[in-house]
Design a binder for this molecule. Structure first.
Ligand code: SIN
Length: 504
């Protein structure tokens, strides 16, 4: 086993959250470890919508915060949300200063558009639907030009190293056919979400909740893992992962219809801009009833499509579908994990030495249902806060306990898990389906004991089974009502699995 001491923060993940943290940790030396070259295999590069922030004269951070709280269905943390929304303008300006080419209005300000459940137009976009890739490209250039950051683009996280007090002291990385233990002054998990656990997903399939699973195994508190957001307009053209048709299309007037042209959510002009969970369930129901679900952009966007939404247009055309003349077939697909590793806006988790930021973290700003385009803001704003906090951690060393390298799952078993997660832990859930999924997870655990995707899937399914109500992105057909009191699910390894500690 190779052993390396890194005198500074070590960041696992090269998406927007990880790279924002890396830049903000200067002048400390930072090591960023990602399993794939930067810009590949991270969700932020795929984001189409943009960065939500109060940028127009008609808007204010308090209005943005109020919309975030309303969308989150009772489980949004007001303090964290205030921090997030007040960071909005400065974060967009920081990204622009790094070279992110945001769309501009005639006066040179940020052009902003409307997305579902926002009371104001506040999503700063890039090239129509290319925000994620363009913003991340600017950060990648900045990181590559920064002397304080070293990047390993071929390292896969396999374990967390802890000392005898439980403090996280480093990571176990698989690299170049071997294993290497890297000790560091702080470990930042920016490992992304868990969409790859689902057969129908808009996220990179490699995102299997492995950071979440390792944090759980190390004893970090996990919050609300059952809250998975399903995007209503994943393009259903037989691809895995499914290309996304951004919500901004509906913001521009595209409509959801069934095979006969009937509106899925009614004829009101803003009917399709209801919260994402409501729209996702309508799409799911129409498909389950055999009516099909389609996004019709012919009238609202028509000939403007190729330059207004080039990413979506290209995805459709690659599949032989011209969205100027045909409605786009859509399905609800796993898109974002609201639950995750409990963390503050500065990334601190319940474990000393361990930070979490971006989609793998649960900072309280998404609650039960994330407001569209808040995640890129969170990744950059809280990424910067996390980088600064992690840079303040001193000291490396201390003896660490050996960590086992968990097995990978067989491809067929992983596919079986993914299909089951979409069918039974998906848009519509009930006790029978959740128990079926947990039984499959138990069977697969025998074949790959300790496999990280199975731990992550179990956390989501156990959380969903324990939550006997419907709230935000979690809908139980056997418990369709929302409980009067909003409570978090908090899971900790100290509580013998599968028992859950559910506290307010
Ligand atoms: C979208 O563009 O519809 C996705 C934006 C988001 O998920 O925040």
């Amino acid at each position: 086993m190779n052993r390396i001491r890194h005198d500074g923060p070590l960041i696992v993940g090269g998406g927007l959250a990880g790279l924002s943290a890396a830049l903000a940790a200067a002048p400390r030396k930072v090591l960023v470890v990602t399993p794939a070259p930067l810009l590949e295999a991270c969700s932020s590069a795929w984001a189409q919508g943009g960065v939500a922030a109060a940028l127009s004269d008609a808007d204010a951070p308090a209005l943005h915060a109020a919309d975030t709280v309303a969308a989150g269905a009772g489980l949004v943390d007001a303090k964290a949300t205030r921090a997030l929304t007040e960071d909005g303008r400065a974060t967009v300006e920081w990204l622009a200063a790094l070279g992110a080419p945001f769309d501009r209005d005639a006066g040179g300000g940020f052009a902003v558009s409307l997305e579902a459940a926002h009371s104001r137009a506040r999503v700063a976009r890039v090239g129509g639907d290319g925000a994620g890739r363009a913003i991340l490209s600017a950060l990648v250039m900045a990181v590559r030009a920064s002397a304080h950051v070293e990047v390993w683009e071929d390292g896969r996280l396999r374990g967390l190293l802890r000392d005898e007090t439980g403090r996280v002291r480093g990571v176990l990385i698989a690299r170049a056919g071997g294993l290497v233990e890297v000790t560091a002054s702080a470990v930042v998990l920016a490992t992304g979400g868990a969409g790859g656990l689902y057969g129908q997903t808009t996220t990179p399939a490699a995102l299997l909740g492995e950071g979440l699973a390792l944090a759980w195994r190390a004893g970090a508190e996990i919050v609300d893992p059952e809250f998975v957001q399903f995007h209503p307009t994943a393009i259903d053209v037989g691809l895995d992962p499914m290309p996304l048709a951004t919500e901004a299309l509906r913001g521009e007037g595209a409509r959801l219809i069934d095979r006969d042209g009937a509106f899925l959510l009614g004829a009101a002009p803003d009917a399709d801009l209801q919260p994402r969970d409501v729209v996702a369930r309508a799409v799911h129901a129409a498909r389950a009833e055999g009516r099909g679900a389609f996004l019709d952009a012919r009238a609202a966007i028509g000939e403007e499509f190729p330059h207004a939404f080039p990413t979506v247009f290209a995805a459709c055309m690659r599949a032989g579908l011209d969205p100027r003349v045909s409605p786009i077939p859509v399905a609800a697909a796993a898109h974002y994990h609201m639950g995750g590793i409990a963390a503050g806006p500065d990334g601190r988790t319940t474990l000393p030495g361990l930070f979490a930021v971006g989609e793998c973290a649960a900072t309280g700003v998404h609650g039960a249902n994330r407001l569209a385009s808040n995640s890129l803001l969170e990744a950059a704003a809280f990424g910067r806060r996390t980088g600064r906090a992690a840079a303040g951690e001193g000291g490396i060393g201390g003896s660490t306990s050996p960590v086992a390298n968990p097995p990978d799952m067989e491809a067929d078993d992983l596919q079986n898990l993914r299909e089951t997660m979409s069918a039974d832990v998906g848009v519509v859930r009930d006790a029978a389906g959740l128990q079926r999924a947990l039984a499959l997870i138990s069977t697969l655990e025998v074949r790959a004991p300790g496999a990280l995707p199975l731990i992550a899937a179990r956390l989501i399914a156990e959380g969903a089974l324990a939550r006997r109500e419907s709230r935000g992105g979690h809908f139980r057909r056997d418990y369709p009502a929302t409980a009067d009191a909003a409570r978090h699910t908090r899971l900790s390894l100290n509580v013998a699995a599968p028992a859950l500690l559910v506290t307010a």
